[in-house]
Design a protein around this ligand. Sequence first.
Ligand code: MG
Length: 386
Amino acid sequence: MNKTPMGSSAALAPYASDPMFSRGRRITEEEAPTRNDFQRDRDRIVHSSAFRRLVYKTQVFLNHEGDLFRTRLTHSLEVAQLARSVSRSLLLHEDLVEAICLAHDLGHTPFGHAGQEALNDCMKDSGGFEHNLQSLRVVDFLEERYASFDGLNLTFETREGILKHCSTAHARELEAREPSGVGMRFLTHQAPSLEAQLCNLADEIAYNAHDIDDGVRSGLLSMEQLQEVPLVEHYSQETLKKYPHLKGRRWLFETIRLMLSEQVYDVIGTTQNTLAPLGLQSSQEVRLMGKSLVRFSEPMQEASEELKKFLFQNLYRHPRVLQTTEQAKEVVRELFLAYLHNPSEMPESFYLREDKERATADFIAGMTDRYAAKEHRRLGGPSRFD
Ligand code: MG
């Protein structure tokens, strides 16, 4: 079959990532006959076990607290939807955007940030635990699916996008294992591709919006209280101007819908205006700029930060959320100690590994909320969520 520029380079902006010029995979593979490399990355992510586990992992509310709350899976799909919309307008590579968005949370522990904090605490003398770095470990090593390599053997560009943050110490470790690899930009202060920058911002837009929705659904936030937040107040009043009799859920949904659309238009407009005078001719030139060019306008940035602050104080720190957070941390800590004392309680591929602490962290990080709770009971722990 002839090699065609799949991903239709003609529709790509010069500053977009192009699979034809990918920096490739860690282990060289033959090209797929009908799919470009970023499409193939996306497909591998969707077929991975870690991706399926996202359905039973907490975003903010624990998985068993209600069927309609976001989980890591629906969150990842919403991030991908938002980012793809923006990508199409900016002529970036949509397959790469989708691959990064769907993989961005693969390394999350069960029980959301509580799980990550507890695991990081358990690992404090053994290199720590960080979900971003863990997402990379999942796609680089932990998935066991392919005959000829560990992990998913994704392209540099997808892996670069997955590694959103990285401390200097971790970046040095990555560099030692993989010279001029995905750790490098944190040492040289370069930026990632525009596709990666976009996924980062779409993540924030998505969780700000859906956490309002879940917060009201849970009864922990009210529409009246949300009027304190200028961004929400603005769009909820806009909604009422158009539909004066709207109330309850539909008022909330219409408000969020309007807010999301305006944020998406704001990102597209602002980013286009930022990029136009720069005349960037390649994704490499984007990286050398050293800062994110996919961004909100300043007023939208400020408004979005206020919303984030509000959610932090009123939802993520709500006593009811904090109570389950503490229970979740106990489960993770007790599981960690139980496996460390009795490694053979873990599957063979984990307990035979030399670094017992890291193996235990990898095993626990991969668990869904309900599997972690079940294992905790099996190993003799009291039920923490009754
Ligand atoms: Mg996320």
